[in-house]
Design a protein around this ligand. Sequence first.
Ligand code: EPZ
Length: 427
Amino acid sequence: MDKLRIRGGQPLHGSITVSGAKNAALPLLAATLLAPGTHTLHNVPDLRDTRTMLQLLQIMGATWERDGSTVQVNTGQLTGAEAPYELVKTMRASVLVLGPLLGRTGYARVSLPGGCAIGARPVDYHLQGFQALGVKSSMKGGYVEVRAQGRLTGGSICFDIPSVTATENLLMAAAKAQGQTVIQNAAKEPEVGNLIDMLAAMGAQIQGKDTDCLTVTGVEELHPSEVRIIADRIEAGTYLMAAGAAGGRLEVKGCDPSHLTVLIDKLRTAGMEIEVKGNCCTASCSVSDNGTPCPLTAVNITTMPYPGFPTDLQAQFMALMSQSSGVSIIHETIFENRFMHVAELQRLGAEIVVEGSRAVVTGLARGQLVGAPVMATDLRASASLVIAGLAASGTTEISRIYHLERGYERLAEKLCRVGAAIEQIPG
Ligand code: EPZ
């Protein structure tokens, strides 16, 4: 398995262009199942996870081709409605085929995703939502089977927690249900909005985009569409924090700063200069003559559903706070086990104490982290180790970087181009 080798202490200068959002590409690729014909999606990132989703569509009879960042998917002839364990165990987001398959065929059988490094990842909200549409679900042999009793009928659901993929699954199923569906306490993430735009382009009737109450009026038929995946706000935020860790001046282009307001506020409070102009954020962290980046102030965060601080940026922020000159409290409220990166950051010398859902980070100021071999445990934990490696003195080697490749397109190449001493080495 490949590794990343990072020689720390190199400030970043230049610009990085953000790719399309993984967490928009996955539901939008799944949505192509809803309408037969050829769908065109622009700005689709080439990631391990998008390749897995395309493989899943192919298993069900779809065909697809990629031309640069444009992917055309033809779902005219579906031959199956099953997502096998071998694929689902590698990507939990495979559950996103449940909703469109119900809307298209009234049936689906998907392996239960099982847990992952960050938590149990149940799908009960998804099934409760489908039940409101008249769908019966059963669990057998590690698979969840959902079956409509005739055409789906509109209903109402109020989620306990604004689940992102449960909201997306329900939107896709309700788009073709008879009558109206009301989703309360819906997720408001920009990626949900991107899906709503695609479904509307396909002929769906959805009100309430960007709010926590969505109303869907089902239609008989939907048709293929041409859409663009929004920029990846998590990738953009990761690079802004990389600049804070390494120092320098980094332009993050092709992003939507309005999707990053909470992070930008926190980075400014920490002492970074963040300039916002159009679809570009420029992060500056001056570097002294001896190469030490500007000092950072310790800042507390609590992860929350959008527009709160994203849980997908928590691990990266923790790595940055290990460079601050104070104590930062990181409160993770979304997932029950999203501190797997703590033990690895401690191997680099970070002073972190976990107390339940809180991590207390005692910043070591600049230059105190020392490079060491570390292991990636999940997607965002891997990004956290990259950020720490950029700041650490000496060399950091990160193993199991297949986690990183799930959600970051050409990360090492992009960072190399702006001055990072980072290379991918065959494991
Ligand atoms: C989406 O996951 C994202 N993935 C995650 O990104 C992200 O961390 C998460 O939303 C929160 O923003 C995709 O969009 C593909 P949830 P999702 O349902 O939908 C509980 C990354 O790194 N819950 O919003 O699975 C759940 O356990 C990934 O890119 C239930 O209890 O997350 C969690 O505690 C990681 N029952 C909370 O809700 C359910 O049926 C929020 O999870 C569903 C969720």
